[in-house]
Write a protein that binds this ligand. Structure first.
Ligand SMILES: CCCCCCCCCCCCCCCC(=O)OC[C@@H](O)COP(=O)(O)O
Length: 267
């Protein structure tokens, strides 16, 4: 009864599959057309277990980062190496892929509401809301939902919780790792900030080389590594540790900051 099969969040696989097929067909040229996505390390994807995998990535746009990962993961699972050539790999997509998203982001319009069906685990951020600093308690059902998603499959998360670079890794990610003990796979993306608007829906520039590097799973001792150890490990792995700032030329940082100014929360 394929039609009636649903996942632990009550979503129908049949609908989810068509959403991914359609969104995938519509977005493919953004990564292999007028803009290109250069992929590295996709062979790692094939070796992963089917469930309890947590991808931790730096974050550049709300939507384009996740959509690119859906492309790359499915392409790798259907045998392509570092390539998303021929979008046929999305005909039978892996359906138990989820992504952690700010609930405000997923409620911010009709498109996000639809895309939420494709696997959003919505959480309310404890420290930031609508572009402002806030301070609210962790919602325990949020953490639980991430656990349910990990139990069912793969989860993508952006541990900095914001699209601004060099922000600290949130400790919550490390707590979740200690609690659920997933295989943790780091991803480093780049170029999305230049090619897309902040939401990752509109194209800002064509002819941009976007990159995605998938790294080997982190070697974590779930019992003995502290939350701080894990945070630091992730900071290095996704190349967002403050020490990286010292080796990046000042003019590069300047350019990045100018780009940030054009990407404020203003629309
Ligand atoms: C192949 C195509 C398959 C399509 C699959 C569905 C893809 C759905 C994409 C939705 C991804 C949404 C992820 C949102 C992550 C997120 O919540 O980012 C926003 C926040 O950090 C807020 O950042 P900021 O405003 O910078 O503080």
């Amino acid at each position: 009864m394929g039609l009636l099969k649903n996942n632990p969040f009550g979503h129908y696989d049949f609908i989810k599959k068509w959403l991914i097929r359609i969104a995938g067909a519509m977005s493919h040229r953004r990564y292999r057309g007028f803009n290109a996505l250069q992929i590295e390390g996709s062979e790692i994807i094939k070796e992963l277990p089917g469930t309890n995998v947590l991808f931790v990535s730096n974050h550049q746009t709300y939507f384009a980062d996740v959509v690119a990962m859906f492309h790359v993961f499915n392409a790798s699972l259907s045998g392509r190496v570092d390539s998303i050539k021929n979008v046929g790999y999305l005909w039978q997509p892996k359906l138990n892929i989820y992504y952690v998203a700010a609930s405000e982001t997923m409620r911010s319009g009709i498109l996000p509401r639809i895309m939420a069906y494709a696997g959003a685990v919505s959480v309310s951020r404890t420290w930031r809301s609508k572009g402002k600093e806030v301070d609210r308690p962790v919602n325990l059902s949020d953490t639980e939902n991430i656990g349910i998603a990990l139990h069912d499959g793969w989860v993508i998360t952006f541990p900095q919780g914001t699209t601004k670079p060099w922000k600290p890794i949130r400790k919550g990610t490390a707590h979740i790792i200690k609690q659920y003990k997933p295989v943790v796979v780091p991803i480093v993306i780049d170029g999305f900030r230049r090619s897309f608007d902040k939401k990752g829906i509109r194209i800002k520039k064509r002819g941009i080389l976007q990159t995605m590097e998938i790294k080997k799973p982190l070697d974590i001792d779930y019992e003995n590594d502290s939350v701080e150890d894990i945070v630091e490990m992730i900071e290095y792995a996704i190349e967002q540790h403050p020490s990286f700032l010292k080796v990046i030329p000042q003019e590069e940082l300047q350019k990045e900051e100018e780009l940030n100014q054009t990407r404020r929360w203003d629309y």
